[in-house]
Design a protein around this ligand. Structure first.
Ligand SMILES: [Cu+2]
Length: 174
């Protein structure tokens, strides 16, 4: 009767109880143990990371208004619940107003030099805005999209695949 290890290669994880001796045997057993530990940690992180992302504290972002321009002109990485604060560092007044005219939700009062205005975003989307005084001044806030924590868990999963493929390649070389 064929052993189950023919189908599930246990030796990859625990050395398979094969009688290997000397430095090679030591390395092989050590690699098996390390691989087991690494895979466990990596899989656990991959599951935990997205929840850590959900628990992320609300952030405050800054957009500088100077020289008749919003900077950055496109602000990315904002998540629902985050607040964006516009700082008028210019020598003239500006507004932060959703574009096209009449759209929502951005609708600041006129900001004199030195004044700030904040808005907390409540839903994902791409928010274009402009200054009603200098109508060619445009800006964009992108809310939602790729969550940094999620992409780091994708990185972890990719690393895990590289590790597994690497270990399989190592085994096949002998
Ligand atoms: Cu302006």
């Amino acid at each position: 009767m064929p052993a189950i290890t023919q189908f599930v290669d246990v030796s990859f994880i625990d050395g398979g109880g094969m009688k290997v001796s000397g430095l090679y045997g030591f390395l092989r057993r050590t690699f098996g143990l390390l691989a087991t530990a690494a895979i466990f940690v990596v899989v656990a992180s991959a599951f935990v990371a997205p929840f850590a992302g959900n628990a992320r504290a609300a952030a405050v972002w800054s957009v500088e208004v100077d020289n008749n321009a919003f900077s950055p002109s496109t602000l990315m990485g904002v998540q629902v619940g985050d607040t964006v604060t516009w700082y008028n560092n210019d020598t003239v007044s500006h507004t932060v107003t959703s574009y096209p005219p009449g759209s929502v939700p951005l609708d600041s009062p006129t900001l004199s030099p030195g004044e700030t205005w904040s808005y907390t975003f409540t839903s994902d989307g791409t928010y274009e805005y402009y200054c009603t005084i200098h109508t060619t001044m445009r800006g964009t806030v992108v809310v939602g999209g790729v969550i940094p924590e999620f992409s780091s868990s994708l990185f972890v999963v990719a690393s895990m695949l590289v590790l597994i493929v690497g270990l399989i390649a190592l085994r096949r070389r002998r």
